[in-house]
Design a protein around this ligand. Structure first.
Ligand SMILES: *Cc1c(COP(=O)(O)O)cnc(C)c1O
Length: 416
């Protein structure tokens, strides 16, 4: 790509371009952080107003039924299902990704423990580079269970197959690595793990809404993921959990709150799990935040994940190409895999002063983020980003680097 006009021509032929109108996008900002906090759908503000003024302020408690608050986790799960290759009745939107991971891991370990052929297995396989909360949750649950479960932290994706063996109880992986955007082979790893007798939990935090996921086709076991990243649900919006239909009957999770009960309003003194995916629920949800998840999902319903993936790869290809050619004089090193089948929807470059350069970019209206060590991370969200935005972002990056307009010694803010 040799000019800005070439990028504008791509924008003119972009079938997803009209969807940009569905979002509130601040003037003059190029937002390359939709992989961390998605932008606000325009519909979110009016939905929040309706919810607060009508459903809460006026209708009050009646809204649990009248406005369908009580059914939201299942209703939203049904809307989300097609994006991850699942069916209605298999997903609920609820709690946080960390909490859902805890439930899924506990349930998976229990299923393995009940199988006499596998009850002795004590290994949980994951990647050392996994998002820390995933590792922490597995450590916390293992310690709390106190049955000798051990985490096997694998150092490179190529070593995963060998690390999954006859000792492995559960494999717990993030589909797209939060730092490098490395995309794991969900189908291949799932098949290998099953052949070794292990169960697999997939964290789809950086894949749901970013690329097609085929959970049922891959015969996956469990999945969790965020709604506030690519799905544009809003800050801290509830996450999701998917359970393969074949595991539902045996899916027992320790956060057995009343929303997971077969008859929550029977108010019985003993817990009886509900029959379907509702057994993955725990208790009352933050309804305002939960309801806004629908505004993001409704926009996804206007297109499909294949179109989104196609544009995502075109955007990340363009960004990599422009940075490597136009900024070639500067010490930038691509961290993200080049092959399409190994790449998610963000691009990470290492720079010795990555933090400072990112702060300078943000001051100039190009918002990405920073991850240790030295990594500048740029998220590409096909629903609202233009090819010309990519050009402009690289233009500003080049100017900052050429003029050394960054302060290497500045203090870190709390959220990088
Ligand atoms: C963003 C992210 C999370 C976030 O978990 P929360 O419970 O929402 O804080 C978890 N796992 C991965 C892989 C993520 O990328």
């Amino acid at each position: 790509m040799s000019s800005r006009n070439d990028c504008i021509a791509l924008d003119q032929h972009d079938e997803l371009a009209p969807l940009r109108n569905e979002f509130f996008l601040p003037e003059g900002l190029i937002y390359l952080d939709g992989n961390s906090l998605g932008v606000s759908p325009k519909a979110s503000a009016s939905r929040a107003r309706e919810l607060i003024e009508q459903e809460w302020a006026t209708d009050l408690i009646r809204s649990w039924n009248k406005a369908g608050w009580f059914d939201l986790p299942v209703k939203l799960g049904d809307k989300l299902a097609p994006l991850i290759g699942a069916n209605a009745g298999e997903v609920v939107v609820t709690d946080s990704t960390s909490i859902n991971l805890f439930k899924a891991l506990a349930a998976a370990l229990r299923i393995q423990g009940l199988d006499p052929a596998k009850a002795q297995r004590r290994i949980i396989v994951t990647e050392r580079s996994n998002f820390p909360t995933d590792i922490y949750i597995a450590q916390g649950l293992s310690q709390w269970l106190d049955r000798g479960y051990l985490l096997r932290l694998v150092d490179a994706p190529e070593e995963l197959h060998a690390a999954i063996d006859d000792d492995t109880a559960v494999v717990m992986l993030t589909h797209v690595n939060y730092r490098s955007a490395y995309l794991l082979d969900l189908g291949g790893i799932t098949a290998h793990a099953h052949q070794k007798g292990a169960l697999v939990i997939w964290d789809l935090a950086h894949s749901a809404g970013a690329l097609p996921v085929a959970l049922n086709d891959a015969n996956a076991d469990f999945a969790v993921g965020c709604t506030y990243k690519y799905l544009n649900g809003g800050p801290g919006s509830p996450a999701f959990i998917w359970v393969a239909p074949r595991h539902l009957a045996g899916f027992s999770q320790p956060l057995s709150g009343w929303w997971g009960h077969a008859a929550p309003f029977a108010m019985e003194p003993s817990f009886q799990a509900g029959s379907g995916i509702k057994r993955a629920l725990c208790g009352t949800q933050p309804v305002v935040s939960l309801a806004l998840v629908e505004c993001g999902l409704d926009i996804f319903a206007k297109t499909d994940m294949e179109a989104i993936r196609k544009k995502s790869l075109a955007l990340t290809d363009l960004f990599i190409d422009l940075v490597e050619t136009r900024c070639a004089a500067h010490p930038l090193k691509l961290v993200t895999p080049r092959p399409h089948h190994l790449r998610g929807s963000h691009v990470s470059f290492e720079h010795p002063h990555g933090y400072a350069v990112m702060q300078a970019l943000i001051e100039r209206g190009v918002i990405g983020d920073y991850r240790e060590p030295h990594i500048m991370r740029f998220g590409f969200t096909p629903l609202y980003l233009r090819f010309s935005d990519v050009w402009d972002a690289v233009d500003i990056l080049l100017d900052i680097l050429d003029t050394a307009a960054y302060r290497p010694d500045q203090d870190r803010v709390a959220v990088t």
